[in-house]
Design a protein around this ligand. Structure first.
Ligand code: ATP
Ligand code: ZN
Length: 286
């Protein structure tokens, strides 16, 4: 029988769409119809399991699934023995402590003797212990943010992305426990064949990630400034230079990283670059 790699992703919720997207952008086709528990990829040795995110670390530890995509918040809360293969750059959020917004806060010691509602009691306990705070933890599984307004707690420890949910519930963030994103995890003892499939998958995921962080740039440059412009543009090897029909001008093509993007554009303009075009890259194999 042919070996397949089993991946667990969230069935529905905040990580579902991006998890499917990263697999599809990696060229893996499968049918993710509603209410399906499992799908076989058509063109890659992969089986996809659709599960609740909370169950994914356990399934990967047990080897029911070989790999999985889950938020670091869930992974660290569950504290399972799995291997983090890669950070995926989506599902970004913070695990934070928040209190009613009209309350004064002078520092972490203000949490002493407070009741804090959370679904993350393991991580919160660790955080409080590290900071020598003695608070009461109320473990609840959902709608944590309403706990203070119904008198169940004085503070909450919950996931925050924009902060708007906190605000609408009359809360303000006072401590950030950690920053989380989606990660690819794997069972610690993958068979050799499965490891090879995982490496192939990772190679594809990384070329998708790289392409997102980079842009293809085309511009026109006066020949006398070509040297200076090439120094600004490293490219994958070095920039491509093509002569333009207009004498004394060339077209320069290169790849730039999103992080340095605006800075590079400024420098290029200062060296006389014109007609700058920036285009997205679909895949980047380096
Ligand atoms: P499930 O039904 O699978 O248990 P859930 O309700 O526990 O889903 P979601 O709300 O869908 O979980 O969130 C899944 C993950 O998305 C979180 O664990 C976290 O890693 C990430 N996430 C990103 N931004 C946020 C946010 N603003 N609030 C909550 N989770 C976020
Ligand atoms: Zn969940």
């Amino acid at each position: 029988m042919k070996t397949t790699l089993k991946i667990a992703i969230q069935k529905s919720g905040r990580l579902n769409e991006d998890s499917i997207k990263i697999l599809k952008e990696s060229g893996i086709e499968f049918n993710n119809g509603l209410n399906k528990l499992k799908a076989d990829a058509i063109n890659f040795p992969l089986e996809v399991f659709f599960l609740r995110d909370d169950d994914i670390p356990q399934y990967v530890e047990d080897g029911v699934a070989d790999i999985g995509i889950v938020g670091e918040n869930v992974l660290f809360e569950k504290n399972k023995n799995v291997f983090i293969v890669d950070k995926l750059g989506f599902g970004k959020c913070k695990l934070s402590i928040a209190i009613p917004k009209n309350q004064k806060y002078n520092g972490i010691q203000d949490l002493n003797k407070k009741r804090i509602a959370t679904s993350y009691s393991f991580l919160l306990t660790k955080f409080l212990k590290k900071n020598k705070i003695n608070a009461e933890i109320h473990e609840i599984s959902g709608s944590v943010e309403i706990a203070p307004s119904i008198g169940l707690a004085d503070a909450v420890c919950d996931l925050v992305s924009s902060g708007s949910t906190l605000f609408t519930n009359g809360l303000k963030e006072v401590e950030v426990i950690f920053n989380s994103q989606a990660v690819l995890i794997s069972n610690n003892k993958l068979q050799k064949e499965k490891q090879l499939i995982l490496e192939k998958l990772l190679f594809r995921i990384n070329s998708v990630k790289k392409s997102k962080n980079n842009k293809y740039i085309l511009l026109n440059a006066p020949n006398e400034n070509l040297d200076a412009i090439c120094k600004i543009l490293p490219g994958m090897k070095s920039p491509t230079i093509l002569p333009l029909a207009e004498k004394g001008w060339s077209s320069v093509h290169s790849v730039v990283n999103e992080n340095d993007f605006w800075e590079i554009i400024e420098k290029l303009k200062s060296k006389g670059a014109q007609g700058i075009l920036v285009v997205p890259i679909e895949k980047m194999i380096v």
